[in-house]
Write a protein that binds this ligand. Structure first.
Ligand code: SF4
Length: 377
């Protein structure tokens, strides 16, 4: 039995206890300041423990951003560069392969690959990033490209979406990350990223990925110009696709970091705002198995508390994170397994290493292998 007692929350509490779906208006109410954060967290924790018990998942992973040169200029982005900027780079084959070797040497099970849309790079170069790594390190799961990049590849190849997806799968693509979602509502999208792939393209890409058997993640970038209305709209759109395809594994609420962006006048979300969004996400997305507290963005302390506000995953050890550090993230650029496990245990949860597809990772002297599927996946 929950200890919650605020009267305006009572109808929602009844629905959550009965396992019923929350409506758009319920979601808006959860953002009402009259709803106390601890009570909201308690409700989200009920769902979190129902789906994933006391487990808190992590993985051993690395990031690869093969270039930061980008034709777009999303106002929230501090990572992109023009070709002639001092900080611009474009990796060659040796640099890409060296990252793969480093990942394998450090026991990584996953490489997360996203980057800029370089106007001089041909589609074949993007494909080669995947095929080189897959051929050299087949045990490394490649979680790569957002719908923004896939949309760009369609333009480069003049081929339809399904062709591009199948070609990338043929090269070694294992799953897709959740980026490029930002906020789906056009009122917001037109202010922060009007040129890149719109919400229709984002959903079409993930639907196609799911139809082709790929699992994908999904995200929401919050804390900039959007209102609670836009966030709930965003979450419900994700929930609707999941009803159709059941292809999303994890939702990751991404806290906006303003430094070095075109929105640097905006203050980044506070800890309570982060926790409220985490809890609302868990409550609204009743059909997505996992909610991630991405420690790089939230900060370690908030990520720990988030494990009792709906989150059951903390992301990974991470190496070479650039995108949020360029935007002012003050977290370390990586963490050891021992540190990750300790922070999970300090939060009162049981650390479990997973691979990208949420299978328990078994490690031995000979290396690692994926065991059975875990959690509510
Ligand atoms: S968010 Fe992505 S598409 Fe937008 S400017 Fe940054 S790198 Fe380019």
């Amino acid at each position: 039995m929950l200890r919650t007692s605020t009267p305006i929350l009572a109808p929602i509490r009844e629905k959550v206890e009965a396992g019923e779906r929350l409506s758009f208006d319920d979601g808006l109410l959860l953002y009402d300041p009259q709803v106390p954060l601890p009570e909201l967290g308690e409700l989200a924790n009920l769902v979190r423990e129902r789906k994933n018990g006391n487990a808190a998942y992590y993985n051993i992973n690395t990031h690869l951003n093969p270039t930061n040169v980008c034709v777009y200029r999303c106002t929230f982005c501090a990572f992109r560069a023009d070709l002639r900027d001092k900080k611009s780079y474009w990796m060659n084959d040796e640099q890409v392969l060296a990252r793969g070797q480093e990942a394998v040497n450090n026991g990584c099970t996953e490489m997360h690959i996203v980057g800029g849309l370089h106007h001089q790079a041909k589609y074949e170069w993007y494909r080669k990033v995947i095929s080189l790594l897959h051929e050299a390190y087949p045990e490394l799961h490649l979680k790569a490209w957002t719908p923004v990049e896939i949309d760009w590849f369609e333009r480069l190849t003049k081929q339809p979406l399904r062709w591009v997806m199948e070609d990338m799968i043929d090269a070694g693509l294992g799953s897709m990350p959740g980026g490029g979602a930002e906020i789906f509502h056009p009122e917001v999208r037109s202010q922060i990223c009007e040129h890149k792939a719109d919400s229709g393209r984002w959903f079409e890409t993930h639907r196609t990925a799911h139809e082709l058997g790929l699992r994908t993640n999904c995200t929401m970038l919050y804390g900039h110009v959007e209102k609670p209305f836009h966030r709930i709209d965003h979450l419900i759109r994700l929930r609707e696709l999941q009803d159709e395809t059941n292809g999303f594994q994890t939702f990751i609420p991404l806290a906006f970091h303003p430094d070095n962006t075109g929105l640097s006048h905006i203050k980044k979300p506070t800890g309570p705002e982060d926790l409220r969004t985490m809890a609302v996400s868990r409550l609204m997305l009743d059909n997505i198995p996992h909610i991630k507290a991405y420690w790089i963005m939230l900060g370690i302390g908030t990520a720990q508390i988030a494990l009792s506000y709906g989150a059951d995953d903390i992301d990974g050890t991470v190496r070479h994170e650039l995108i949020y550090h360029d935007a002012g993230a003050e977290t370390p650029e990586m963490m050891t397994v021992a540190d990750l496990r300790r922070l999970i245990e300090e939060a009162g949860r049981e650390p479990i290493e997973r691979d990208t597809l949420y299978r328990r990772v078994e490690r031995s002297e000979a290396g690692w292998e994926a065991g059975a599927a875990i959690g509510s996946n």
